[in-house]
Design a protein around this ligand. Structure first.
Ligand code: SF4
Length: 185
């Protein structure tokens, strides 16, 4: 993973790198059985070089803590694109197409049992192009030997706290699924 990270940090394969301070590779334990994947770095992530920091990251950490997961110990967090899109716009499909090779390599190395997609962009990219978070969140779908589940992006929860109970129930479902699979977390 360290070799992959060092290649990724010098990537300039798409235009997103020009507007970003740095490449945000990922964070966590590469031996984790669970990965979380978001769409791309925001302002704080671009500054600090780590996915999901700032207010949305604090909210994510709170949900993880509730189910005994911790980004420093037993989960791995990454994004579909590793450089911040200008003004936090959605990453374009062609940018995702170029950058996703890094995520594929991360998944190949980690070999997670479960991947949780945080928000629409990640879920539509990794689960199904017509995935609808509000209708399909919390459902586990098996693809290629990995269980995928989509839930709300923490930034969306900050904008619309009414979805917090649904997000909490998704994280509890994740915990239950981990227990069913005998994953210690
Ligand atoms: S977004 Fe991805 S492909 Fe584009 S420069 Fe950054 S790391 Fe490379």
């Amino acid at each position: 993973m360290e070799k992959l990270k060092s290649s990724c940090l010098s990537c300039r394969n798409c235009q997103l790198r020009e507007g970003a301070r740095q490449v945000v590779f990922g964070v966590g334990n590469p031996s984790s059985r669970v990965m979380l994947v978001g769409e791309g770095p925001g302002e704080q992530e671009d500054i600090q070089g780590e996915p999901f920091v700032g207010r949305s990251g604090q909210l994510l950490d709170k949900y993880l803590e509730l189910i005994d997961l911790d980004r420093k110990e037993n989960v791995y967090i990454a994004n579909i694109v590793k450089c911040r899109p200008p003004q936090n716009r959605d990453p374009k499909p062609e940018e995702q197409d170029i950058c996703i090779k890094w995520l594929r390599e991360q998944v190949r190395i980690i070999r997670p049992e479960i991947i949780v997609c945080l928000g629409r962009i990640a879920a539509q990219r990794l689960i199904s192009p017509d995935f609808r978070v509000t209708a399909q969140h919390g459902q586990f779908i098996e693809k290629g030997g990995i269980l995928f589940m989509g839930t709300f992006h923490p930034s969306a929860l900050l904008r619309n706290p009414a979805n917090n109970p649904a997000a909490l129930s998704d994280f509890q479902a994740l915990r239950t699924k981990m227990q069913e699979l005998g994953l210690n977390g």
